[in-house]
Design a protein around this ligand. Structure first.
Ligand code: ADP
Ligand code: MG
Ligand code: MG
Length: 878
């Protein structure tokens, strides 16, 4: 039997989003709830996958089912494609499993040709509307299906407006629009070399193909990579009867939220644009009005909308984002989904809904996007700063945060300058999905047009960027290379500041203050997350300051202290260099004696900060030549300190140079050649631990000494031996019975494969997934950026494996090491301390393979806590 590729809205439900996409599943669910949804059908995500498998062709079976369902739709709606009595017009809408607002294409008013326009004009007695629909359709179809740029058509509209001496599209009459439609068709023929298709069925197949194709467009690919959406999912296509928001003053299109998406306040929030089709609202070309304004003109609609909003929120038990259209005084629902929201709003809504008894704590924890928490830790302007600042304008507070930077006017420029380390802000008339990379690179986004639900606002909130939208006082120059605001002209490179929480725009540079997380909602959700999760969250902290910050943010220990990073501050590097350029053991020991108290002091502060929680201290790891002096002056200074000639020191430095330092003399290879380094570091750790333990008898300090870059069990045995001998002697001298552990990083594939052997020596493992990824792929950590883009283009990789853990390869090695490690030493503790420790999907993976903890940079600790709780909930449901 043939597979079912097409579903009527009456055949689906909300749990079918894998097959029908989010939009399709929810259109079906709303239909089932009896809400006013224009009817239609959904072509499945599997059909999209099939389209790609068939070499970007829609096969006959799928075409057959589409044709069959057009028939069914005609029956349900009582309208027919190309009918002279009651013609059917449809929208063709993309809809993936996960919502990707504005990333793929939508076509409205499909089914029109000149004859149909005449029919509609006569029937509705509204020729202006009919021709407006047609010119919009030609424009969208050309843009989406045939890739004829929208701006070509905008130019023709602008010329028409100039000719008629009017300002707005709505001032053009039926004749003008008819003339425009004809001009559009001529333009189409010019560009494509064929007539614009008149047959609705041909239009539909072309449109469906275009939606499938748009799954692979560059902006969708970037969005997917940022949001962990696999390419293999594909998009569904929804074919839906049109509801017309552009029929006159009692028609309109809008967007509504059941709660405020910026603050989370439990307050219905909606915007509507009268006499307009929905794309005008979503694209932010025109600025909509607050829904409250229709209370007087269309009170029933207002009440009905609120009713539906309540019903949907109750039903989905989450804040809903809805799209609606009013057609000549009748309300239609076109979309609902769990609304995108700021982190602040997400926390408040989750906390409130638990208090309201709508959801339980687990659902609350699941409803907050961990990565979004980043924004809470982002900046703001202090009250004092604001008082002294010169405000030049105000827009809508579209996405919180504070931005300050040099003005750029294009996304490309933003990206380019950001890559050169410049702080820039992107100022645009409105943004479009092509701008997404530039938006990401900018400190903030400022737009002249568009509402709270415009593209810029929605996307900025999703990615945690600061955004002020719809500042209509901004007047762009003709060439869009400058604008005036508050009586001042701003050019590219001028500095401006703005506040995404208030919408205020300020002249010049204002200092941005770090974010704070002292918030009741945050505290409540984090407390629940901590109750639920089973994995510990530690931090990667190299300095006492980092450790304190991480502790504030909830770290339960230090998973990685990179001891070499302690030498980056002040003139500590001098002692370290003296150690490196030593010729003899005696010389080296003399230098190490200078280093010992420095390290011991730092370690004491780390133990203090963690209050008895575990602290893993990794022994010296990097290639030594990274630390050698480069300029003449420093070399002379070093020579003097060592009592050597400049030539001798230069000779030693040259001798340290390696062809392939990442695979060179580093990690455990250092104490294997120079055991005295391990002796010194062991003394520093043990003495520090003893001192802090003495000061705080109620803590139980168990220092963890970690050997990096082990690949052979005998390496581990050799270094462990030195550590144990030294540590035991220290403890004996102090008369202490303090426990300590010796373990290793697992960051070389050979270590993972022979983890059973290594566990005979190592008492704990910690996956160093940065190096493990580098060594497993054979990709240099420092250079992979140069070719990864090509890998994305060719679909060889979908993500940067250094940012998102490669579960199939590196993950397989990890699983193996966990299994082998436990075989040898059932109580071995295992964690992860690579960049991946703070990446939510990687955290979920770590939970699934049974790690005891993840360790990440201080600011990612809250993210990891929440991600670990979500992982535990998902795991328990499997
Ligand atoms: P996106 O996923 O980018 O939001 P949509 O498929 O929701 O794209 O379409 C964009 C807009 O087009 C919608 O917000 C809606 O206002 C309008 N639209 C889509 N389908 C219809 C329809 N059947 N009738 C009226 N307007 C529609
Ligand atoms: Mg939509
Ligand atoms: Mg490493």
């Amino acid at each position: 039997m043939a597979r079912k590729w097409v579903y009527l809205f009456t055949e689906g439900n909300k749990d079918m989003r894998e097959l029908l996409g989010g939009k399709g599943a929810n259109l079906a669910e709303m239909t089932n709830l009896g809400l006013p949804v224009p009817q239609g059908f959904t072509i499945t995500t599997e059909a999209c996958t099939q389209y790609y498998e068939d070499g970007r062709q829609i096969n006959d079976e799928i075409r057959g089912q589409i044709a069959e369902y057009i028939g069914k739709m005609e029956e349900i709606t009582g309208k027919k494609f190309a009918s002279k009595e009651n013609p059917l017009l449809v929208s063709v809408r993309s809809g993936a499993r996960a919502s990707m607002p504005g990333m793929m294409d939508t076509i409205l008013n499909l089914g029109l040709n000149e004859e149909v326009v005449e029919t509609l004009a006569a029937k509705s007695n509204n020729p202006r509307w009919a021709w407006d629909c047609y010119r919009r359709f030609i424009q969208m179809f050309s843009d989406v299906v045939m890739e004829v740029s929208k701006s070509e058509f905008e130019k023709l509209i602008d010329a028409k407006k100039a000719e008629k001496g009017v300002q707005n599209d709505v001032d053009l009459d039926a004749e003008d629009l008819k003339d425009l439609a004809n001009q559009f068709k001529a333009k189409y023929k010019d560009a494509i070399g064929k007539d614009f298709p008149d047959d609705p069925k041909v239009q539909l197949i072309e449109a469906v193909k275009a939606v499938f194709r748009s799954w692979d467009n560059p902006r969708a690919n970037v969005y997917r990579r940022d949001n962990d959406i696999p390419y293999s999912w594909g998009t569904a296509v929804n074919v839906q009867m049109m509801a017309f928001g552009n029929m006159g003053p009692t028609s309109g299109s809008g967007v509504a939220f059941t709660r405020d998406p910026a603050t989370g306040e439990n307050k219905f929030y909606a915007e509507v644009l009268m006499n307009a089709q929905g794309e005008d609202v979503v694209s932010g070309v025109r600025t909509p009005m607050k829904i409250e304004e229709i209370k007087k003109t269309l009170p029933e609609i207002y009440d009905e909308l609120i009713d539906i909003a309540n019903k949907l929120e109750d039903h989905y038990r989450d804040m809903q984002d809805m799209e609606f259209t009013i057609e000549d005084g009748k309300l239609y629902m076109l979309q609902c989904r769990n609304g995108k929201r700021t982190a602040k709003a997400a926390l408040k809504i989750a906390h409130d809904m638990v208090n309201e008894g709508m959801i339980d704590k687990k659902q609350a924890v699941l409803s907050v996007e961990p990565r979004n928490l980043d924004t809470l830790l982002h900046g703001s302007f202090s009250k004092d700063t604001v008082k002294k600042a010169t405000q030049v304008g105000k827009g809508l507070p579209a996405a919180p945060g504070a931005a300050c930077g040099k003005i750029v006017f294009t996304a490309e420029e933003a990206k380019k300058q950001a890559q050169n380390g410049e702080k820039v802000v992107l100022v645009r008339r409105e943004t479009s999905p092509e701008d997404i990379e530039g938006m990401k690179a900018a400190q903030g986004i400022l737009t002249a047009r568009g509402g709270m639900t415009s593209h810029a606002a929605v996307v900025a909130r999703g990615m945690g960027a600061c955004c002020v939208a719809g500042c209509s006082d901004i007047v762009f120059a003709e060439d869009e290379k400058s604008f005036t605001l508050g009586g001042k002209t701003y050019k590219e490179g001028d500095v401006i500041s703005f506040d995404g929480s208030t919408g205020n725009i300020y002249d010049g540079a204002l200092p941005v203050q770090e974010g704070a997380v002292e918030d009741d909602d945050f505290a409540a959700i984090m407390e629940w997350a901590d109750e639920i999760r089973t994995m510990q969250v530690r931090t990667n902290a190299d300095t006492p300051t980092d450790a304190k910050k991480a502790r504030e943010l909830g770290a339960q220990g230090i998973g990685l202290c990179r001891t070499e990073h302690m030498f980056f501050s002040g003139n500590r590097i001098d002692a370290f260099r003296e150690m490196i350029v030593s010729d003899t053991k005696e010389e080296r020991e003399a230098a190490l004696d200078k280093i010992l108290p420095l390290q011991q002091g730092d370690f004491e502060q780390l133990f203090e900060a963690m209050e008895g929680d575990p602290v893993t201290i990794r022994f010296l790891d990097p290639p030594l030549h990274e630390f050698v002096p480069k300029d003449e002056e420093d070399i002379e200074k070093l020579a003097k300190a060592k009592g050597k000639t400049v030539e001798q020191v230069k000779g030693i430095i040259a001798g340290l140079k390696e062809a392939n330092p990442m695979m060179g003399h580093r990690g455990c290879r250092l104490p294997i050649t120079y055991p005295e380094i391990a002796v010194m570091q062991t003394k520093a750790v043990i003495r520090a631990a003893l001192n802090v333990q003495k000061k705080h008898p109620d803590w139980t300090i168990v220092p963890e000494l970690e050997v990096p870059l082990v690949g052979i069990d005998k390496e581990m045995a050799f270094v462990k031996n030195i550590i144990v001998e030294t540590a035991d002697a220290e403890l004996k001298a102090a008369g202490s019975d303090m426990k300590y552990k010796v373990g290793t990083m697992i960051e070389i594939p050979r270590a993972a494969i022979t983890a059973d052997e290594i566990a005979k020596e190592a008492e704990f493992f910690c996956f160093g997934t940065n190096d493990l990824t580098q060594m497993t792929f054979g990709f240099s950590r420092d250079d992979a950026g140069k070719f990864l883009d090509a890998y994305y283009d060719k679909k060889i990789l979908e993500n940067d494996p250094f940012a998102k853990l490669d579960q199939d390869g590196v993950g397989k090695l990890m699983k193996l090491a966990v299994k082998l490690g436990h075989e040898t030493r059932p109580d071995i503790s295992i964690g992860i301390c690579g960049e991946h420790g703070g990446d939510p999907s990687s955290v979920e993976f770590c939970n699934s393979i049974g790690l005891d903890y993840v360790s990440c940079s201080p600011y990612r600790v809250p993210i990891a806590r929440l991600a670990a709780a979500q992982a535990a909930i998902k795991q328990s449901r499997k």
